[in-house]
Design a protein. Sequence first.
Length: 711
Amino acid sequence: MRTYPVFIISFAFLNVAKALYSGKYCPLACETSINYATFNDTDPWLSKKDQKPWCDEYAGVTLPYFHDIVRRWTSEEKAEVRRLSAEEALQFPYLGEIVIPKETFFERAFTTVETAFWEYQLHLVYGWYMYYFWLVVVAIGITTRLLSLIRNLAHRNKTYRPLPEARPSVSSEPQSIFSPPYGWLKGYLIVPATFGDRCSRTHGWCTIPSRIQSLTILLFVMLNVVLCSCSYRLTDGNLYWPGKPTQLMRFVSDRTGIISLANFPLVWLFGMRNDAVMWMTGWGFGTYNAFHRWVARVATLQAVIHSLGYTLMIFLDGGWPLFRKYLTKHYFWNGELATGTMCALLAFSVYGMRRAHYEIFLVTHIILSIVTLWAMYYHVEIFINGEWNIFIWPCLGVWAFDRVLRLARILAFDRNPLDAKATVSYDACSNLVRMDIDGSKNLIAPKPGTYYYIHVLDDLLYAYQNHPFTLAYVSSDIEESVCTSSSQVSRMAIPLLRTTSASSSESDALLATNTTKTSSTLVFLIRPYNGFTSRLKSHTLSHPKKLRVLVEGPYGHSVLLQTFPNVLFIVGGTGITVPISHLSHLLSTSSQVQSVRIVWAVREYAFLTSILRDFKGLLSDERIEMEVHITRDDEVKDDVLGEDLKSVRIMAHRPDVQAAVEGAARDEKQRRVAIVVCGPALMADQARKASAQMLRKGFSGVDYFEESFKW
């Protein structure tokens, strides 16, 4: 039996390695070189470590140790041993003699192994760069929010209090040294649309976020492009991939695949409703969702490049027969499946689909996301110790954390969530669905501008669906009230405040009410379109109905408008719920607000009259000025308002949003003014553009807030 050559080669390799190199890749380079030689006296499929037991068991020969063989050789005998070149080894010869690899062969083996591992480690490092980038972005977001909270706290602690009887004369507030640069940032980076004046409106079938969000996304995309395009070490004589184009294809495929997988936890993180990052930064759902979509798009493109690269290498190596062989491998077809489902996710997530067919989008999104994660798990399971699962398990952790908090929000609203009731009615004149939900068991006090996800359990076929609706206001059942003007104010003002004892006391002191609160009801005003809202309308066409609902919330952040001396609301349609929900807070004794102006564009006159009827008391406050624009109905009746609502003006044309924003900024000079917008996309874009223009002109006190739920 001639089993010695394997060990002779090993010994010789170690000598060469010791002479030329040091480090962890030397043994692996030796093993790589040995793997190219197969000797004709052993099973060619046996690994080197299995040959000694094989010889003991089947040949009855105990192999001696390396030094026992080599130490008996003379220098002349060693010199006569055949040197195996790389060209010969690459033919995978069957050897029947002792051979020693040439030094150039070992050098090629070492370079091949070292380069492969260097690239492998670099792929992983670049994958972690994704997290470093978003850590910086989140840190900036947290810092910005902390500075904003400190600023609001400083204004809240001012010693003066505005008097409702007479509005103080407008004067310029002293500016800090940070006001001009912060105003510049708002005017050129934070507030404007990315291109022109289209931010809320679509560009074809896509939406483009604000400039600061777009710049963040652009930097993220550029980082991925750069990291997927640089630091490729292409070598001559590579044993694994001899040609440099093949090496580049392999390294690019590996790099894009690993970074795509590294982006997975970020996709899941930005796709959840409940997340600590959102709470700490104060980002709205629209900002978070924009990051979610773009990280997913980048990860999908990387997955496509990864799959195409490997597919092309397989076809170049063995054509269709080899590709069919690979399709039988569990890890391979799971990788192809994951790439396909990721592409399908993008196709079903375009803006037109999300907007027009939300139910289809939601179901396909959930199913395809589960399939993608499942397939990716089995795609990477071939790696030792499941090292790539470090990017899979966090996705499940984020998902589980979100579901636990969703359940907590549901139970916080009602400890018996399946028994929650809602009274739903439809007003054909105003084309409005009103939903009143009993909130007496709610443990979390409602705040202005927050929204809730609502399931309708009576609609069995669609009970799994949940849709977000902004809270209009919180009403109360009143047992006793004094039929005077003050009691009229208190009837609607108290419910809008928090239902805590402190808030009630504040309301009593402000409005001098004499009422008894028995329960609280959350009121949602819903414009029916198609899908879920259309079904709500059909439920109540004939008469109001009681429906079982499941309520999850609240979500969103409540803007502290009380810290602004002046507030301008520009709203359209059901967007009137935003100023209504804030009014009681703005008119409280703890508020800094001195003037509130509401510019409201509404289609139906009946909608206007219902709002004026219910909130007549609050709207009669001297600090409030309301401008209503009826955009469709020709019937405009000024006389129905009465003498006590002289501050409400009704017009029969669309509002001039540009003039309203400019007027608010110029009238208040350098005083802080909040521009709050909730309405159609065109109206929001007009207000955003006007606010940015005023900031660029030096009116640094302008702050722009857009209350909208962007998918």
